[in-house]
Design a protein around this ligand. Structure first.
Ligand code: GTP
Ligand code: MG
Length: 195
């Protein structure tokens, strides 16, 4: 997609009513600090549209980015951040669940995992949960610039095994630093949203 204009249109807090945007949406899920907001910035060629932070737990709302008045990229709050109180975690979980459950225009869920590590229990839970909600998650293995080239295939395989990916699942290694994987992700988004 050629990005003509992009704006943060809707910010949903824990108690907000979820919007009915009427336009195709794709959502980005993953543990806190995995690089969801950085991925969105790379996709829209902006350095700081989506707020990023070395401190986990930056995105605590569901943020809807309007692309060319035609689709929405949806930044979900990160899970698994230890310093967040359990009660708060449960609220976020419920909010994400409500979103996956109720969006009528959600076309795909991208699940981000850090390419350096085996998937965590939370990653596995999120994967199973997205599948349970009727979506086949597309896996994005982030921060590939942090690995030597020779390690990439081995780590992708570990992620595939760790998440017990369904046959035919798509997995894309990505780096927000080098933009590797960006075009492939856009090609998928275009296809999934009928652009
Ligand atoms: P929450 O909003 O807390 O859920 O985090 P997030 O998933 O949105 O992560 P964010 O994009 O804020 O990135 C977290 C940190 O990782 C930041 O310091 C980013 O600069 C860094 N980061 C993200 N993607 C990459 C990448 O591909 N390579 C490298 N080297 N660093 C990255
Ligand atoms: Mg974020």
């Amino acid at each position: 997609m050629v990005i003509k204009n992009v704006s943060l249109d809707i910010v949903c807090g824990i108690t907000s009513k979820l919007p009915d945007t009427g336009r195709p949406e794709v959502a980005f899920a993953g543990k806190s600090n995995v690089g969801k907001s950085s991925l969105i910035n790379s996709l829209v060629n902006r350095k700081a549209l989506a707020r990023t932070s070395a401190q986990p737990g930056k995105t605590q709302t569901i943020n809807f980015y309007n692309i060319n008045e035609s689709i929405y990229l949806v930044d979900l709050p990160g899970y698994g951040y230890a310093k967040v109180p359990q009660s708060e975690k449960e609220k976020w979980g419920k909010m994400i669940e409500r979103y996956l459950h109720t969006s009528k225009v959600l076309k795909a869920v991208f699940l981000l995992v850090d390419i350096r590590h085996d998937p965590s229990a939370n990653d596995k839970m999120m994967y199973d949960w997205v599948v349970h909600n009727g979506y086949n998650p597309i896996i994005i293995a982030t921060k590939m610039d942090k690995l030597k080239r020779s390690q990439i295939q081995k780590n992708l395989k570990a992620i595939k095994t760790g998440l017990n990916l369904r046959p035919g699942s798509i997995m894309i290694p990505f780096s927000a630093e080098t933009k590797q994987g960006r075009d492939e992700i856009w090609a998928l988004i275009d296809e999934l949203t009928g652009q």
